[in-house]
Design a protein around this ligand. Structure first.
Ligand SMILES: [Ca+2]
Ligand SMILES: [Ca+2]
Length: 107
């Protein structure tokens, strides 16, 4: 079993996020989960979460990494939305600063 490093089991997290149990996460499901997550999370935990999303450990989260983590197809609109919201300097990658700023400002 994969662990978030936050004491949150990934399967349980996905189960909670996927409200209508169709094994896909839509944007409203994601934002609902994200909101709960943000209420409870501490900054160092956000950094851990960032590191988990950064699958190749280059310090940036790419769209590929998001699609892999959330098991979404690369043309899924949720990915476009997430990248649009988070990638402030539009270099196609989400840095740790952008990640934290996105969580602070979107909700
Ligand atoms: Ca990366
Ligand atoms: Ca960026």
């Amino acid at each position: 079993m994969e662990e978030f490093g936050l004491g949150i089991d990934l399967n349980i997290f996905m189960n909670e996020v996927d409200i209508n149990k169709n094994m896909k996460i839509n944007f409203s499901e994601f934002m609902t989960a994200f909101y709960d997550f943000k209420k409870n999370v501490k900054k160092n935990e956000l950094e851990n979460f960032f590191k988990i999303l950064d699958l190749n450990h280059d310090g940036r989260i790419s769209k590929d990494e998001l699609s892999e983590f959330f098991t979404l197809s690369e043309d899924d609109e949720i990915l476009e939305e997430m990248m649009w919201i988070a990638d402030k300097n539009k270099d196609g990658k989400i840095s740790l600063d952008e990640f934290i700023a996105a969580i602070d400002t979107t909700l």
